[in-house]
Design a protein around this ligand. Structure first.
Ligand code: NDP
Length: 241
């Protein structure tokens, strides 16, 4: 059994979640990987890993995955509530079903994920919650209205959780990336918004690697429990807004 503590990641089947699972695994941690595409997680073949087919909208699925990983590896010491979708579009032409999906996954999914480990961390008086927001949780974009709303929600709850959990020595870190190279744009179904996003990406010289996010999370986690990086805001150097 590994000496290092169990960490858990939602949205571990691609992008920033995958990179973070790989980084913590390479550092010797057992990892609970959660997402809907279990084949993608299993194909990575990481050691000391549990791959669980989880939809973050389903509280029972997350709770069961956490309980079964903890039975094998001990308590989750770091939870990365990362799973999210970006259905970017101008709101006047966006199907409301896309609002529902983003709100359910990006906001309630994050709460479900946090709740699955939070009380245990409070009892143990240690643990780290890394919560995925976005640069779109710090400033608005006219073609990201509902996505921005979900990420502002994440900033709001994370700041409240940070204050609440500080008395229990539990750390809350918010991650607010700009343009990162992942599969996130496959979720943008509005052609005009996608074309404009891609054009802007070319203008700024492309996004940056998800591995950089993962390294920052690992470094922040590795600080003494007494030290907290409250927010990681990471963008390409040429990304002005
Ligand atoms: P990806 O599309 O590569 O990854 C998204 C991950 O979320 C996948 O693993 C996907 O897994 C998972 N996911 C989506 N919906 C659910 C669900 N209902 N239940 C469980 N897992 C789910 O994109 P990113 O890595 O870029 O996205 C990760 C997070 O980063 C998101 O919250 C996104 O908003 C945020 N972000 C991304 C930025 C970027 O530029 N890339 C910038 C700022 C923030 P599966 O489909 O297998 O379930």
């Amino acid at each position: 059994m590994s000496q290092k503590q169990l960490v858990a990641v939602t949205g571990a089947s691609s992008g920033i979640g995958e990179a973070t699972a790989r980084a913590f695994s390479a550092a010797g941690h057992p990892v609970l990987m959660m997402a809907r595409r279990i084949d993608r997680m299993e194909a990575m073949g990481l050691p000391n890993t549990i791959c669980a087919q989880v939809d973050v909208r389903d509280r029972d699925q997350i709770n069961e995955a956490v309980a079964s990983a903890e039975a094998e590896y001990g308590p989750v010491d770091m939870m990365f509530a990362n799973a999210g979708v970006a259905r970017l579009a101008k709101i006047d032409r966006q199907p409301p079903e896309e609002w529902d999906e983003m709100i359910d996954i990006n906001t309630k999914g994050v709460l479900n994920t946090v709740k699955s480990v939070m009380n245990g961390m409070m009892e143990r008086r240690r643990g780290t919650l890394v919560i995925m927001s976005s640069i779109a949780g710090r400033k608005v974009y006219p073609d990201h209205t509902v996505y921005c709303g979900t990420k502002y929600f994440v900033h709001g709850i994370a700041e409240s959780l940070r204050e609440f959990l500080s008395d229990f020595d539990v750390r809350v870190i918010v991650l607010s990336p700009g343009v990162i190279e992942t599969e996130v744009l496959t979720g943008v179904l509005d052609e005009q918004t996608l074309a404009e996003y891609k054009a802007n990406k070319v203008k700024i010289g492309g996004g940056i690697s998800a591995d950089i996010c993962a390294e920052l999370i690992l470094n922040a986690y590795n600080l003494p429990q007494k030290a907290l990086v409250q927010e990681i805001c990471l963008t390409p150097t040429r990304q002005r807004y």
